[in-house]
Design a protein around this ligand. Structure first.
Ligand code: ADP
Ligand code: ZN
Ligand code: ZN
Length: 735
């Protein structure tokens, strides 16, 4: 009897373990393919990583697989190698890494049969109709014009226009556009390279940067592009992407925020009219995300734009990676597989032998240090790109002396009023959503707190609710104090809602829009607000850090910062770095198009050195000072950190686990280069009913850290119980 092939499968379970199954008909060609297997009473998708000769499990006990996803391409050797790198570096199991790298639709437990790409072409009657279309038929003209360049996939056309789906249906109804047979027509992007519509003449800094990137095409080159806000980094990316496509390669662009994708894709589509541009982020419909992924993987898509998860998009012709706003904390995944997309991007560039451009006005200290050590080359953009545009003037409003209403100083309100009266726009930045971070009883001082977290409940006035921003718990606002029965419940501090309503009350004629996670929850909501701001239908934007990233609004001349002092009280050693970056970024939204910009920062600590750095807007000077301090204090980037995080319902159970983990670490007698700290409560010591603690390990070098973790984590695992959830965070961002 010929024995059936056995396959070894990695599953999305938090274990290093792999699982063997019987797989009739499987061959080594299936390594890297997705497979659906029975797991307990469930069906699960895994990756075939091997076809072993024999299994440690008795042949009689091996279960048969349900289905190999042969209609989907297998992971390539490069992708498997990338996952393996992540497994080793982040000490996270292979299965979850691989399965989280693919779109959810590909993890379906039934056979997945992706649709063939729909390729559309313009008909002779469409060509004849095009010149007769009225100017206001913008979408129809855009679609037909795009198809005049040659056939294109429906996906490519849809990436170009908001209402493309409706418009295409209309055009097909009229017989102006028909489906070309995918087998007969080649997709234009796979033939000649897509054209590029040149933008403004580059200035000397930009031209230098583009030259450095293009001359590095075809080899590994990590480049830090530090360019002040408004220095035209996007134009450099576009020119570098053009050179990449000309060389027959694909480009991957990582951006820090889903809400920036539509604007970025539109900009790309205007400049690369016949390139296929696809997106990868969690805000996409499942089917579109899978199709976009498959187009990237097949080499059909030319440009991929996405958030951190896009760093795992398979690209057989990868020729350039851009990480825009490389300092941004959103590139670090904060749960489960805690990777840094920026660092993985650098590994990928090495693997694909291509340049990786990390761009920012406020680069991370890690990247600046990498330049100092000669690991990264630096490209500098020192001036604003728009002729006449200068960095804004930064002034402080001393909250110790100023009169305020709902947290807004009268000086800031007056400045907003004047700005709007001049026909310009203002942006008010406050890094807290809701109305007020807390309610306080005016009689006894009682403050409603979350019963499941060590946190206060945030007051949302519009919905009349108190919400926990950590666990999602919410409740109606009580009419009176639970402790003393007083009806005097006072909102303390400010959030975006409060600033918005205070401004509406003071400046009733001004058109105000609020931008935060609450106001942009629905798909397309943020885009709508940003479009309205760009077309001048809005005078003042009030919002959180969603506003500080990447936007280029030409008429904003005033930026107000309501309260940025929080960083002064933070225990996190990165708080100062983040605060300076955030303030410089948000300041950078002012005066981008030649109109002089002004920034007003309300603070109680106007003479603090951090604010002095922000005032002169010299990030490089701040970085020198901050790096010096980090070196003195033996902190990253001069040392390397890993954080063991654990949580449990019972504090004694948690403490027992943490003590055991710390004892094991010390029992390993780590060499001098390793320091093991004592377990401490996490910043949020209780979350959703779980007590939380962390234990920090510090190392002088990456290899020392890796060696230590490889020895330590297996012994920690022996102390694991069902009651404790734990994980390791290599290069943690929040400590
Ligand atoms: P950054 O991303 O560096 O903050 P942007 O890329 O948004 O800056 O560019 C800022 C503005 O400058 C944009 O409106 C852009 O169109 C314009 N711009 C870029 N390069 C040039 C150039 N060479 N000449 C004129 N304007 C430019
Ligand atoms: Zn009370
Ligand atoms: Zn809570």
């Amino acid at each position: 009897m010929i024995s059936e092939p056995i396959i070894r499968v990695a599953l999305d379970v938090p274990l290093e373990k792999t699982f063997d199954f019987l797989a009739p008909g499987a061959s080594t060609a299936d390594i890297g393919r997705l497979v659906v297997v029975p797991f307990g009473t469930r069906k699960m998708t895994g990756v075939i990583i091997d076809l072993p000769e024999a299994s440690e499990v008795d042949a009689g006990k091996l279960k048969a697989i349900l289905h190999v996803q042969r209609a989907l391409p297998a992971f390539s050797a490069e992708e498997l190698e990338l996952f393996l790198f992540c497994q080793r570096y982040y000490h996270h199991p292979f299965g979850p890494i691989a399965l989280n790298a693919i779109p959810p639709a590909m993890r379906a437990s039934k056979p997945v049969q992706p649709k063939r790409a729909q390729i559309l072409t313009i008909t002779p009657s469409g060509i004849a109709a095009l010149p007769t279309l009225p100017a206001r038929a913008v979408a129809q003209r855009a679609m037909l014009n795009a198809l005049m360049q040659g056939p294109a996939t429906a996906a490519a056309l849809k990436s170009r226009h908001e209402r493309a789906a409706n418009t295409l249906a209309l055009l097909r109804g009229k017989g102006w556009v028909i489906e070309a047979d995918a087998a007969q027509q080649s997709v234009p992007s796979s033939g000649s390279s897509p054209s590029f519509i040149a933008g403004p003449a580059l200035n000397a800094d930009q031209a230098n940067a583009v030259d450095s990137i293009t001359s590095a095409l075809g080899k590994f080159a990590p480049l830090l592009m530090s360019g002040i806000t408004g220095s035209g980094k996007t134009e450099v990316y576009l020119n570098a992407v053009a050179a990449t496509l000309r060389a027959g390669r694909q480009a991957l662009i990582l951006i820090p925020e889903i809400n920036l994708t539509p604007q970025f894709v539109r900009q790309l589509a205007l400049r690369f009219p016949d390139a296929e541009i696809v997106e990868q982020h969690s805000g996409m419909a499942e089917i579109s995300r899978m199709n976009a992924y498959l187009h990237a993987q097949s080499g059909m898509a030319d440009i991929v734009v996405g958030t951190r998860l896009a760093v795992f998009t398979p690209l057989p012709r990868l020729g350039l990676i851009v990480v825009d706003e490389e300092h941004d904390a959103s590139f670090k995944q904060q749960e489960g597989f805690r990777y840094s997309a920026r660092d993985v991007a650098v590994f990928r560039a090495r693997q694909a032998e291509c340049p990786v451009v990390l761009g920012s006005a406020t680069p991370s200290l890690e990247s600046i240090h990498n330049v100092a050590r000669g690991r990264f080359a630096e490209l500098k953009l020192t001036e604003r790109a728009t002729p006449g545009a200068l960095l804004p003037r930064v002034e402080f409003i001393d909250l110790n002396a100023a009169r305020t209403e709902d947290g807004l100083s009268l000086a800031l309100i007056a400045a907003i009023d004047e700005t709007v009266k001049r026909g310009e726009q203002a942006l008010v930045f406050i890094n807290r959503r809701g109305y007020a971070p807390a309610l306080v009883c005016g009689q006894c001082g009682w403050i409603p707190a979350c019963s499941r977290c060590s946190a206060r409940l945030v007051f949302h006035q519009k919905e009349r609710r108190l919400k926990c921003h950590h666990c999602g718990y919410q409740t109606k606002v009580a009419a009176k104090c639970v402790e003393c029965g007083s009806h005097e419940l006072i909102p303390a501090g400010q959030g975006t809602e409060r600033v918005e309503s205070a401004l509406r009350a003071r400046l009733p004629a001004v058109r105000i829009a609020r931008v935060d996670r609450d106001s942009t929850r629905r798909r397309g909501a943020a885009e709508k607000i940003f479009d309205a701001a760009a077309s001048g239908e809005i005078d003042v934007l009030v919002g959180t850090q969603m506003l500080s990233k990447g936007h280029d609004f030409s008429r904003i001349t005033l930026v107000g910062v309501v309260n940025a002092d929080g960083a002064m009280f933070s225990a996190d050693f990165r708080a100062a770095e983040r605060m300076v970056a955030q303030l410089m970024q948000v300041s950078g939204r002012a005066g981008r198009a030649g109109l002089p910009g002004r920034v007003l920062i309300q603070t109680r600590f106007a003479s603090h050195p951090l604010y002095a750095a922000v005032a002169v807007q010299d990030h490089a000077r701040f970085a020198v000072m901050a790096l010096n301090e980090r070196q003195q204090a033996h902190l990253p980037p001069f040392t390397f950190l890993a954080l063991l995080r654990a949580e449990a319902k019972s504090l004694p159970v948690l403490e027992q686990f943490m003590t055991a983990a710390a004892d094991e670490a010390r029992a390993l007698h780590p060499e001098a280069g390793i320091q093991v700290w004592d377990p401490i409560p996490a910043t949020l010591a209780r979350k959703a009913g779980f007590e939380r603690q962390q234990l920090m390990v510090q190392a002088d070098s990456r290899p020392a850290m890796q060696q230590f973790l490889a020895a330590w984590l297996p012994v920690v695992r022996r102390h694991e119980t069902r009651a404790v959830k734990w994980s390791i965070d290599v290069d943690p961002q929040d400590v």
